[in-house]
Design a binder for this molecule. Structure first.
Ligand code: FCB
Length: 457
């Protein structure tokens, strides 16, 4: 690499976190209850005090500022703000206000997510997102929050990864409430999308200037056996159910089958995106398995012959395919809105892959931008190691390593590198040669990446 890859002025360089994963002692939500049942979390881990953000987020805000971050994506914990139905806790709102002010004072613009997987317990016992009343309750919570914090929040993400929430909570059963039912999964997804639409309208009613988006995990899907027509069809079907159904309704408003048995547009959802939040981690292969009758006979896997990241409870977390982020940007661009990469990251405890991962993914973001795709920012997941849901503390995504016993923070090599990129607003040849000289050698999976791109573009 001889020339620098420059990013436009004002590009957002950030990292992302979510409330339950970093705050600690979120005892009043469904995840806390779930963690306390043996067998649910890898190694029996618990979120505990997590990264202790409820008390000391500012310590990590300082580190983010030292890494030249100009934005941070964080989420609000509904169970703190409305610990009992209809009771809004002013002290929790005050704490969040403080956190947002502290970010601004460090030159870090907050991007705030309103729902990131967790629900207050009182809501969960009423059926959570299976219950259509939850949409109204979410709207009420959003109105309170925006009234109190709106002046400090230029960018809102309504719901984080509704497809993942529905899939893991209602099909694989790995997330609470651990159910396995297609009809419930699609009911939940439909309600989360409606909630997005309602929140979009409510925020704009209170603040005309706010920018509001939905955060969607986009997964490139490839047939396990490209010569099998069944595998090809299943890959397309899964892409439709996972990628498309979780995002398109926020543009055209339509809740199609299987989101609804009587397909119809839902008014508040129509044109309800000021931006698309794209989370990209890795591609998935889909093949036919007669045993997987609960999953429409689909078996998922990691593409073969491709470098993988650290392993979790069920094998490698994902395959490293930087071209996938380029695919995700192109996919999201069909909706004609600005794009933020709201999450992209890798579990890599010893940090031997992360520098390369970040550089090669950013190079693909740059490639898309140089072709005219409107990407406004990139948020690495995550600033610091945090509680990774059912994988507990077993997967380490942070630019900063956390010792959970002592709360000691150690900046990883990749963190130092990301700070330099943000500071330069560019990937320079010096950065590449210092941190990952091989990162730009067009990945380790060109054949797979190319076939993936051909199939989905
Ligand atoms: C995403 C989630 C985020 C984190 C990363 C690794 O799907 O939004 O909370 O767990 O995966």
């Amino acid at each position: 690499m001889t020339t620098a890859l420059r990013f436009p002025q004002g590009f957002r360089w950030g990292t992302a976190v979510s409330s339950h994963q970093v705050e600690g002692n979120n005892t009043n939500n469904q995840w806390w209850a779930w963690e306390n049942v043996p067998g649910h979390i890898w190694h029996g881990d618990k979120s505990g005090i997590a990264c202790n953000w409820w008390k000391q987020a500012e310590r990590d805000f300082d580190l983010a500022a030292q890494l030249n971050q100009n934005s941070l994506r964080l989420s609000l914990e509904w169970s703190r703000i409305e610990p009992e139905e209809g009771f809004f806790d002013q002290s929790a709102l005050r704490r969040y206000r403080r956190m947002l002010e502290e970010l601004h004072s460090r030159g870090i613009e907050p991007m705030v997510t309103l729902h990131h997987f967790t629900n207050p317990l009182w809501l969960e016992v009423k059926g959570g997102w299976e219950n259509p009343d939850t949409v109204k309750k979410f709207r009420q919570y959003v109105v309170r929050v925006v009234e109190y914090l709106g002046d400090l929040v230029p960018m809102w993400c309504t719901v984080n990864e509704p497809g993942t929430y529905a899939l893991e909570g209602y099909l694989t059963g790995l997330f609470p409430p651990g159910k396995k039912s297609f009809s419930r999964a699609f009911r939940v997804l439909a309600n989360l999308l409606k909630a997005h639409g309602e929140a979009y309208r409510a925020i704009h009613m209170l603040d005309g200037k706010a920018r509001v988006g939905l955060v969607k995990n986009l997964r490139p899907l490839a047939p396990q056996d490209p010569s099998s027509p069944t595998d090809v069809r299943l890959a397309h079907l899964f892409s439709y159910l996972f990628n498309d159904l979780g995002l398109r309704p926020a543009v055209d408003g339509w809740l199609r089958f299987p989101l609804s048995f009587r397909p119809a547009p839902f008014g508040p959802l129509i044109d309800s995106l000021d931006f698309v939040g794209v989370n990209y981690y890795s591609p998935t292969t889909v093949g036919f398995s007669p045993k997987a009758y609960r999953m429409l006979f689909m078996k998922w896997g990691v593409p073969e012959g491709v470098e993988v990241s650290d392993s979790g409870r069920y094998g490698p977390y994902g395959a490293i395919v930087p071209e996938g982020i380029y695919w995700a940007i192109k996919y999201a661009s069909q909706f004609g809105k600005p794009i933020y990469i709201t999450e992209n990251g890798i579990p890599d405890a010893d940090d031997d892959q992360r520098p390369r991962f970040i550089l090669s993914h950013l190079a693909q973001v740059h490639r898309a931008m140089s072709e005219g795709y409107d990407v406004r920012g990139y948020y690495y997941w995550s600033l610091i190691d945090n509680f990774e849901w059912c994988e507990g503390w077993g997967l380490r995504f942070g630019l900063i390593a956390l010792d959970t016993k002592t709360q000691k923070r150690t900046l990883r090599h990749s963190g130092e590198m990301y700070g330099k990129i943000a500071g330069e607003n560019a990937i320079t040849p010096e950065i590449t040669s210092e941190y990952a000289p091989k990162a730009m050698e067009n990945g380790n999976s060109p054949a797979f990446a190319e076939s993936l791109l051909r199939r989905f573009t």
